[in-house]
Ligand binder design. Structure first.
Ligand SMILES: [Zn+2]
Length: 287
């Protein structure tokens, strides 16, 4: 049985940010390291979930402003995982043709975030878009020595990143911490990957799209000092995660993320141990 389309709009300042579901990834808490199995099961049970098997949400976002349209990540596409590849249909349902996307902002070049940028033939699915990616992210995945030093079963990530960037050449622009789209600033959040980047959308309260600060929110909010087996720089990822949680909870910053439960718009509250995510109320109509 089909649900309604997986898109949800939120006004942020002069922008409309639309969350798009790409579906889900099948996984388990095995991807979280630095915490014992009994504690994983206890934390997940307290959150009415099991340690595994487990579905992880996968999302992208559209930012619309003044006739311009940016896509932030594109999901894994239909061939990545049986549950992924729904972003293209949800983008269409939200009223955006692929040709209307003029900018693609990438949080990082992992396959579950960028394979959806390619069509069935491996060509650019968004023919008019400039791909913007952090300079350090681009450098890492194009570094042959880094590839050779990576365990064999993760080396395919390098090929995916290179294929995606090549499909958008020459419309590829390297970014740092500058304004990358009207009202949107890149925020380096390194660790999960060397150039992992969030995007801050300007507004009265604003919004931080924080990419992969979390993969399994229930577990990592309670234990932010754990890491994920896909973290390229695990210690830096922990440092970034902990610093980000402090900043967004103290600043009452609205956040959204690629692996938060759809439609993801939430605040973070500090608890006596760890943090809690407080999802925003679903709103039927936006001005
Ligand atoms: Zn991811």
């Amino acid at each position: 049985m089909q649900q309604g389309p997986g898109f949800y709009r939120r006004v942020i300042g002069d922008s409309v940010v639309t969350a798009l579901s790409d579906g889900w990834l099948d996984g388990s808490t095995d991807i979280v390291i630095g915490i014992d199995q009994a504690e994983k099961e206890a934390v997940m049970a307290r959150n009415f979930r099991q340690a595994g098997p487990l579905r992880l949400a996968l999302n992208g976002f559209v930012i619309s402003q003044g006739g311009r349209t940016a896509l932030v990540d594109a999901g894994g596409g239909p061939n990545f995982n049986p549950g992924t590849g729904k972003l293209a249909a949800n983008l269409a349902a939200a009223g955006h043709a692929p040709e209307s996307i003029d900018t693609i902002l990438i949080t990082h070049l992992h396959p579950d975030h960028v394979l959806g940028l390619l069509d069935d033939k491996g060509a650019a699915r968004f023919p008019n878009a400039t791909l913007k990616v952090h300079a350090k992210e681009h450098a890492h995945w194009h570094n042959d020595a880094a590839k050779a030093a990576t365990p064999a079963h993760f080396q395919g990530f390098f090929d995916v990143a290179r294929n995606v960037v090549a499909a958008y050449a020459p419309r590829v622009e390297l970014v740092d911490d500058n304004e990358v789209f009207p009202g949107v600033v890149a925020v380096p959040l390194p660790g999960h990957t060397p150039g992992h980047t969030g995007y801050r959308v300007a507004g009265e309260q604003g919004l931080l799209i924080w990419g992969d600060i979390f993969h399994i929110p229930e577990l990592q909010l309670r234990h932010p000092d754990t890491s994920i087996m896909f973290d390229v720089l695990p210690d830096l990822a922990k440092e970034t995660r902990i610093a980000t949680l402090k900043t967004v909870s103290a600043g009452r910053q609205l956040v959204a993320g690629m692996h938060l439960h759809f439609p993801t718009f939430s605040h973070v509250r500090e608890e006596s141990a760890g943090y809690a995510l407080v999802p925003e109320m679903w709103v039927a109509e936006v001005a």
